[in-house]
Design a binder for this molecule. Structure first.
Ligand code: NAD
Length: 354
């Protein structure tokens, strides 16, 4: 077989990877030509921001420790104002997707360069996608300005991520790669990244559950998260992300857990329409079947497998199926409302994917 026609269009930031790589932070700020960094974090991760401050000394202009889920516009405005007031010339986002998201909201208006230090596997640091919530509505968009300039991946910073969160966060990452393998704009390069990313996470996560302090396992998972994030940033997503966006946005379900529960079912829905993607996913998981392999992996790692267990009301499934079937978007298999409703029923009950 010959190589198909494709377009490859990806802007992957500079990456510094490795245990202890946080020590290169000053060098990386210098390379950005910056001297006054505003450090962003959640309240829970204030100590991590202070550790950054201790490393960079004078180069720290201040800390903003109020990053929260979904980037409320009010928070974004406060952080933007503080960056201006402190005359910050870069922002350092240390944390998960919520903190990176706040950095992106600042960069969207000011073009301030972002240096991201991810501490989960969400992968936002690899994408030009931002989300801001105003009046309860989360608006997402793409803008090259929000893509971080530099990313420091230090597996040691993920040691404190509890095993349970590590698992769901890691499967959230796998979801980016899995959908990337059957994207409309799929290309051979991102498919390589996707398969390798899934493999690294599938190998790392069980070892993290067995021993959360295993730095080598943490490195494998973070490496996988990087690759999966790069896929998310490079090609389009389909049914799975649409469903999770609907569930998360309308019912305020926890982000990573929602992804974990829905993924096997979205894969089963698309299986017959995307056989090559499925065989690559299965191969990366070391499983016979992609959808069942994902379900089994999640179960074996103690992750939730039922939407009913994370607060999804059963009487809302009709409406959710409806929303997720509206606004035509590309998916390898056409969106059929009754089948989507069945999918949601399986996911709600926690049945194996069919
Ligand atoms: P999160 O950033 O909301 O973090 C969850 C909690 O875990 C927070 O309290 C945080 O402080 C804590 N935490 C993070 N790292 C920790 C660590 N190492 N040790 C201990 N505690 C830690 O969760 P997330 O799953 O990383 O991000 C989810 C958000 O990111 C969602 O809003 C999602 O929409 C967004 N996201 C965006 C993109 C994108 O491309 N724009 C991609 C993925 C996710």
């Amino acid at each position: 077989t010959s190589v198909p026609s494709f377009v490859f269009d990806s802007a992957i930031p500079r990456v510094v990877f490795g245990a202890g790589s946080l020590r290169h932070l000053e060098r990386e700020i210098d390379l950005l030509g910056a001297r006054r960094a505003l450090v962003l974090c959640t309240r829970e991760q204030r100590a991590s921001a202070e550790a950054v401050q201790a490393i960079i000394g004078d180069r720290c202009a201040g800390i903003f420790d109020r990053a929260v889920m979904h980037v409320p516009i009010e928070t974004a405005r406060e952080a933007r104002a503080l960056a201006k007031e402190l005359q910050a010339d870069c922002a350092i986002a240390i944390g998960g997707g919520s903190t990176t998201g706040l950095g992106k909201a600042i960069a969207l208006e000011s073009a301030l360069p972002i240096l991201a230090i991810p501490t989960t596997y969400a992968g936002s640091e690899m994408t030009p996608i931002y989300g801001i919530t105003e009046n309860g509505l989360k608006k997402t968009g793409r803008d090259a300005r929000v893509l971080p300039k530099t990313v420091i991946y230090d597996p040691e910073l993920t040691l404190s991520l509890p095993a349970k969160l590590s698992v769901t966060s890691g499967i959230n990452a796998i979801a980016h790669a899995a959908e990337g393998l059957y994207a409309q704009d799929v290309n051979p390069i991102t498919s390589l990244l996707a398969e390798e990313g899934i493999r690294a996470l599938a190998q790392g996560l069980p070892r993290i559950v067995a021993e959360p302090g295993d730095v080598a396992a943490r490195a494998d998972a973070l490496y996988g998260a990087w690759l999966c994030g790069a896929v998310l940033g490079s090609v389009g997503m389909s049914l799975h992300h649409k469903l999770c966006h609907t569930l998360g946005g309308s019912y305020n379900l926890p982000h990573a857990e929602t992804h974990t529960i829905v993924l096997p079912h979205a894969l089963a829905y698309n299986a017959a329409a995307a056989p090559e993607a499925m065989s690559r996913i299965a191969r990366a998981l070391g499983a016979q079947d992609a959808a069942l392999g994902m379900y089994t992996l999640a179960r074996s790692l103690g992750a939730p497998v039922a939407l009913k267990d994370i607060g999804m009301p059963e009487e809302e499934l009709d409406r959710c199926a409806d929303i997720a079937s509206r606004n035509a978007y590309w998916n390898p298999r056409p969106i059929e409302l009754p089948a989507i409703r069945n999918l949601l029923d399986d996911a709600w009950r926690g049945r194996p994917p069919t």
